[in-house]
Unconditional design. Structure first.
Lengths: 133, 133
C-alpha cells in the first residue's frame, strides 16, 4: 500500500501538520497539506504546505527565504495528523512566523486575555517583498 | 473583548489543539476543542477536549486516569490553533496515546512507508475499563 494512501485525508483532501524545531522541540507553526504537498515534502526534504487561502501549494520560504529543512515526517495513531521535525533556515534564531517571530504560538492566556510574549526578531516588512506568506 | 471570542472557531465551532509536554517539549497529541472545552480547560487547569466521534466534551483521562495538567495555553498568530503545555499524569513516563505510548506521533516515514518507532509503555487493555478514549 502506498504510504500516501494510508493518510486519512479530510473532506477537503487535507491533513493538519505541526512543524516542530529539531533540537529545541519548539512548536513553530501549524499548517495543512494535501497529497501533493506531502509527497513533495518527502521528495525535496523541505516543507511544502497547501495554502487554504490561496488554494495552492505553498513552498515554505518561497518569498521570505525562511525555508524549513525536514528531518523527520511523523504521523499520529489515527493517521490523520502529520508532525514534521525541521530546521528553520534563513535567520538565526529561526523565524517561522510571518510576524517575524520564532514561533507562531507567541500569545499566551493570562488572566482572561491573550498576551503576546515573544519578541519580533525581524521586521516583517523587510522579510517579504510582496504579500505575507 | 472576551478571550474566547478572539478565537477563530471553524465552521463546526472547533479549534485544533496541540498538546506539548512541559519540559521535554515532546508533542504528545493533537485534538479539538469547542468553546466550552477551552473555557473548562482554563478554569480547571486540566485538558478538556471535544470528541468529534462522540460529539461531546472529553475530559482527557476520564477513563484512563491519564489526566493532563495544563501549565500554559497559547494561541497562534491567526488565532485559530491552540497549543497547550501540559504534564501528562498517571504513569511515568507519561502516556498520552490510547495505544499505550508516550506520544501519538510514534510512526515515522522511512523509505516509502510508515514505521512505528516508539515502545508501548502499558497494554491498552489494562488502561481502559471500557472503550478506548
Amino acid at each position: 500500500m502506498n504510504w500516501l494512501d494510508e493518510v486519512k485525508w479530510d473532506a477537503n483532501g487535507l491533513v493538519p501538520v505541526i512543524a516542530q524545531e529539531q533540537g529545541s522541540n519548539d512548536v513553530l507553526m501549524f499548517a495543512w497539506m494535501d497529497r501533493e504537498a506531502l509527497a513533495r515534502t518527502a521528495e525535496l526534504g523541505r516543507a511544502v504546505y497547501f495554502s487554504r487561502s490561496r488554494q495552492k501549494l505553498w513552498f515554505k520560504g518561497e518569498e521570505s527565504g525562511h525555508v524549513q529543512t525536514v528531518h523527520e515526517i511523523r504521523i499520529d495513531c489515527d493517521n490523520d495528523v502529520v508532525l514534521l521535525k525541521v530546521t528553520q533556515q534563513g535567520h538565526e534564531p529561526g523565524i517561522a512566523c510571518h510576524t517575524g517571530r520564532h514561533s507562531c504560538f507567541f500569545s499566551k492566556y493570562q488572566n482572561g486575555q491573550w498576551v503576546a510574549t515573544e519578541p519580533v526578531l525581524k521586521d516583517p516588512a523587510s522579510i517579504y517583498t510582496s504579500s505575507p506568506r
